[in-house]
Write a protein that binds this ligand. Structure first.
Ligand SMILES: C[S@@+](CC[C@H](N)C(=O)[O-])C[C@H]1O[C@@H](n2cnc3c(N)ncnc32)[C@H](O)[C@@H]1O
Length: 222
């Protein structure tokens, strides 16, 4: 099967999956503030943004069954791979949401999210692309609203440009990062839990590592 046809068939298969919502095709989208009823509990919700195949969600959901995970991206064919994997692994604490992150507040109530992971978002290197960066002020302000007080945002990237840009945006907002790990492999002062979390490699991270790129991490709360 050609690459394009393969993507198209994965995307149509997505619409029959019980652990996926698609902003365009799902008959009923979860109401904000109501995710707990879908999960059937009140456990904390962790959101993975720009999830691609949802590598962080899949690993974290297994490690933390007492938390709920929602992985969000606009690319249906990628989501399909993660959602299928979640089903095969029997992960009941995972949903995928195909939607634009730009519309985050249509899906989540203020304070509904406990933590956010953003692994390897597109750096959008041009001046014109800045507003699409997932750490531009427009996005940061949305994260601030959907997160509970002191909820943490974790960013992993190979892009020095995006990393520096994010630090600049945080500075503009008078936010002091909790942790800055430039070239995180050189950092040995991690506790074992964090070491395990940062050792999770997404599809893109694996590609970047093959190209010997440095990986950077930072976290912050509002
Ligand atoms: C470079 S890929 C990284 C995927 C995955 N996190 C990984 O590390 O393998 C960036 C992802 O962000 C998604 N994305 C970028 N901007 C988005 C937006 N505004 N809304 C939803 N998804 C977005 C793209 O569809 C793409 O899958």
């Amino acid at each position: 099967m050609g690459k394009k046809r393969d993507k198209t068939s994965r995307y149509s298969a997505l619409h029959h999956m019980e652990n996926v919502f698609d902003y365009k095709y799902s008959a009923s989208l979860p109401q904000k503030g109501n995710w707990f009823s879908l999960f059937g509990n009140n456990n904390p919700i962790v959101l993975e943004l720009a999830c691609g195949k949802g590598d962080y969600t899949l690993k974290l959901a297994k490690k933390y069954p007492e938390k709920n995970f929602i992985a969000m991206d606009i690319k249906g064919a990628r989501i399909y791979i993660g959602a299928k994997e979640a089903q095969q692994r029997g992960l009941k604490n995972v949903f995928f949401l195909r939607a634009y992150i730009d519309h985050l507040e249509e899906y989540f109530h203020h304070g509904e999210i406990h933590e956010i992971w953003i692994p390897f978002p597109d750096p959008h290197p041009t001046e014109k692309g800045q507003k699409k960066r997932l750490t531009s002020l427009k996005f940061l302000n949305q994260y601030k609203r959907v997160l509970r007080p002191k909820g943490i945002v974790n960013l992993k990237t190979d892009s020095e440009l995006l990393f520096d840009y994010t630090l600049e945006m945080l500075d503009q907002e008078h936010i002091t990062p909790k942790q800055i790990l430039f070239n995180m492999d050189l950092n040995s002062a991690l506790d074992s839990e964090q070491e395990e979390l940062l050792a999770i490699q997404t599809y893109y991270e694996k590609q970047h590592r093959l190209q010997k790129k440095k990986i950077h991490f930072l976290s912050f709360s509002f």
